[in-house]
Write a protein that binds this ligand. Structure first.
Ligand SMILES: Nc1ncnc2c1ncn2[C@@H]1O[C@H](COP(=O)(O)OP(=O)(O)OP(=O)(O)O)[C@@H](O)[C@H]1O
Ligand SMILES: [Mg+2]
Length: 342
């Protein structure tokens, strides 16, 4: 059995290493290399936003209004301003990139989006409209922090990056995860498994044939790995967009409607006629409310405890409580709204 080189596989899945090749079939992106001082700042646990964010919030009233969570509510005075970190060049590159992408972007580190940190932005969305949104998400996300980790990894030989993609309003029922084993497309799952979407059953043949066409025409011979997972978005018939490439296997990418043991076993017995004839699994009918996976990344307990610990005497709310309650109310409103939709 061939030993896998996971670092090599991770390198192949970094957007910076596949973007140029698949530029025509993916969402427009901007890649910003992370210099060492920013890297050091991103690795620290303390969430203090750089100076450029305060400049932005005091000068630009047209962008997102931020509570300026960490700088305004808890710092004593303007005196702290002097001690704020500053990364003028990097911040400028971030804001230029957002601008080039039309003013709103989706952000990622080399492998992960900050989906565990959605709670921190006021709109509780991963939509990034300015550098404050970007820094807040990057600093609050454990997934991104891990990507910026200190362990030297050959996959990051070319350095670390922040990736900004043009923001698209994506219908969750039109996203799919595709599993490739031995360069053959073997399985397709709805990306937001197990939620039910009526159109998937009615369009199942078109969905499969559109994804198989994209795979055979653009990906199969071009992507360097034999086993991998790729995510796609199919906004309309005959139109499939590559969203991401991920490392194949348990502990690397969620297998959603499938099981890696089964996929591996099936691949061993597959015949040549079965090449690129993927199994498509989806929920054929609505079996009631399915858990919203985003709720797994709710308000972090340690943040709640920190704020509760800051409460005033005899249950009187302390100053910070107003902020946390406002954020939590918004969070609850949003997540309840999401559940109603599904
Ligand atoms: N450009 C975009 N605009 C808006 N939403 C997006 C955009 N790109 C991705 N998303 C949404 O964010 C979700 C997660 O994106 P992505 O798969 O890139 O993150 P990830 O961290 O690599 O996830 P995983 O760890 O599951 O592979 C997507 O399923 C999609 O719904
Ligand atoms: Mg991914």
């Amino acid at each position: 059995m061939l030993l896998r080189n996971i670092e090599l596989e991770k390198a192949a899945c970094m957007l910076v290493n596949w973007y140029d090749q698949f530029r025509k079939n993916t969402i427009k992106a901007q890649i910003v290399p992370v210099p060492d001082d920013v890297l050091e700042y991103l690795r620290q646990d303390l969430v203090i936003l750089p100076k450029e964010c305060s400049v932005l919030s005091s000068s630009d009233t047209s962008k997102t209004k931020h509570f300026n969570t960490y700088n305004d509510e808890f710092s004593d005075d303007d005196e702290d301003e002097e001690e704020l970190p500053a990364f003028p060049e990097f911040s400028k590159k971030l804001s230029d990139s957002i601008e080039k992408l039309g003013g709103s972007a989706f952000l990622k580190s080399d492998w992960h989006s900050p989906k565990d940190a959605q709670w921190i932005t006021l709109g509780q969305s991963l939509k990034v409209k300015d550098i404050t949104d970007a820094y807040q998400l990057l600093k609050a996300s454990s997934f991104c922090k891990e990507d910026f980790g200190e362990r030297s990894s050959p996959a990051n030989g070319g350095g670390f990056h922040v990736v900004l993609k043009k923001w698209c309003d994506i219908h969750p029922g039109s996203e799919f995860r595709c599993f490739v084993k031995g360069r053959s497309l073997v399985a397709i799952s709805p990306r937001h498994w197990p939620s039910y979407h009526e159109h998937i059953a009615t369009e199942r043949n078109d969905i499969v044939s559109d994804i198989v066409s994209l795979f055979k025409e653009k990906i199969k011979e071009a992507f360097p790995l034999k086993d991998y997972v790729f995510d796609v978005y199919r906004p309309a018939k005959d139109h499939v967009v590559i969203m991401d490439f991920n490392v194949y296997g348990k502990g690397h990418s969620d297998s959603l409607a499938f099981d890696y043991d089964q996929l591996d076993a099936d691949a061993v017995t597959a015949t040549i006629e079965e090449e690129d004839v993927p199994e498509f699994r989806y929920l054929p009918e609505d079996c009631g409310i399915q858990p919203n996976p985003r709720n797994n990344y709710g308000f972090p307990q340690d943040v709640l405890e920190m704020f509760q610990g800051a409460s005033g005497a005899a249950g009187q709310p302390a100053e910070g409580d107003g902020l946390i309650h406002r954020l939590m109310d918004e969070w609850n409103l949003q997540t309840n709204g999401d559940d109603d939709d599904e």
